[in-house]
Design a protein around this ligand. Sequence first.
Ligand code: SAM
Length: 233
Amino acid sequence: MNKEEQKKIYIVATPIGNLEDISHRAIRILSEVDVVLCEDTRVTGKLLKHYKISSKLESYHAHSHKNKEQKILDNIESGVVYALVSDAGTPTISDPGVKLIHEIYKKFGNNVDVVSIPGPTALITALSSSGFMGNQFTFYGFLPHKKGRNKIFTEIFESNRIGVFYESPHRIMKTLQFIHENYHDSGKKICVARELTKMYEEKVIGDISTVFSYFKNNEGKVMGEFVVIIDKP
Ligand code: SAM
């Protein structure tokens, strides 16, 4: 890349399912950078192949060694331009890449350009199609599995804001059951969005009992990727 653009890293949003959901700018940047840093080279490899992008791919994920991080920092210092992507959506949003960006700022302060190329993110895709009104929401990412979990639910259900969180297919029924047992009479609405932008995309919106019963009675729908939204009162 242009030498004047040195000490730079791009954060590039990629599709959350449908491969068409990527910007022209994202494709150009991914083609131009020296190295694309990704969570899983097989996942990102498919995307690059689809768009005939031949940039070098390297993995950077939750278990990447400190040495790997240091090497990336050294390379940035000597002018290597990276693009950071994740398996899906906007890197750093509930994704391991956030640690790398934190370290980059720690080392270079404002002497580095961290340029985010906007695109899909599951929370906004879900929220924008929920029909829940109001400009204020709180995003909780993935909820803790044990410690602090109940406290967050108390916060969500006492809040005047919309609450959004991510959930895995293994835990979604447990979570919906908990919400049903503890908050079915809260009067709040819930939206469970799954497989957004994909073939089996579905949004189930309604009172807590209705949404819980729907998934309880449709085991085949308890799969894929989930975003849960709790409406404000
Ligand atoms: N960085 C991503 C983003 O911008 O949304 C989020 C990454 S996080 C590791 C993965 C979680 O995002 C999934 O477990 C699921 O809760 C949510 N997610 C990602 N893609 C989704 C989709 N197509 N439909 C519903 N939820 C999705």
